[in-house]
Unconditional design. Structure first.
Length: 202
């Protein structure tokens, strides 16, 4: 069953309200939140109005997937190198963006893409698992996002506010340190947390 927006009593009026909130966020200078939630809302719309009934064919959160989460033992060495490659790409993009003229555009696209990915993932989870899916998605962010988010914000603020915002060695150590702590927490703690949540909910 696909999570239809109309099933949640979200009317056009609600979307106008959300649009008003986004416009207000832009006007008041909360650009990061406005861009992220614009992407997030776009992701929800993609799942509900473009993918529609085809969502069942995608099957991200299937029973097979949940059973694998319950029983599969993850190789720490393989998983940590996988995370370094995947997460490192995004940090590398932002690091490289700091040295080019379109750094602000790169930061904006990063926020939009991140928000859209989150909206799509959450919508899929809710469509296939209901409220349990949303809980599983939130659990999947911890504890690593407690370290990733501050590190990314430092990079984004530099890209957005340059040249008023200058880079220094302390920021480099701060970002790299949080990135490494996030990698280790995601590879060590997050799989255990997800398995516990899956065992409780399913």
């Amino acid at each position: 069953m696909v999570w239809k927006i109309e099933d949640k009593n979200i009317s056009a009026e609600h979307f106008y309200r959300v649009g008003g909130i986004l416009v207000k966020a832009f006007r008041t200078g909360h650009y990061f939140l406005a861009l992220f939630f614009t992407g997030f809302l776009t992701g929800i719309l993609i799942v509900n109005y473009i993918w529609g009934e085809q969502l069942s064919l995608i099957g991200t959160f299937t029973e097979v997937y949940l059973m694998r989460l319950k029983n599969e033992t993850i190789s720490f060495q393989q998983y940590i190198w996988y995370l370094i490659r995947v997460r490192g790409v995004f940090f590398l993009i932002l690091f490289l963006a700091m040295g080019i003229r379109i750094r602000k555009i790169v930061a904006a696209f990063f926020l939009l893409w991140t928000g859209m990915s989150g909206g799509i993932l959450l919508s899929e989870a809710v469509a296939e698992l209901g409220m349990k899916g949303s809980i599983l998605c939130v659990a999947g962010l911890f504890p690593q996002f407690l370290f990733y988010v501050p590190a990314v914000l430092v990079l984004l603020r530099f890209c957005w506010n340059y040249p008023q915002n200058q880079w220094n060695r302390q920021k480099t150590f701060f970002v790299c340190g949080l990135f490494l702590i996030g990698i280790f927490s995601e590879s060590c703690l997050n799989p255990w947390l997800i398995q516990q949540i899956v065992n409780i909910l399913f």
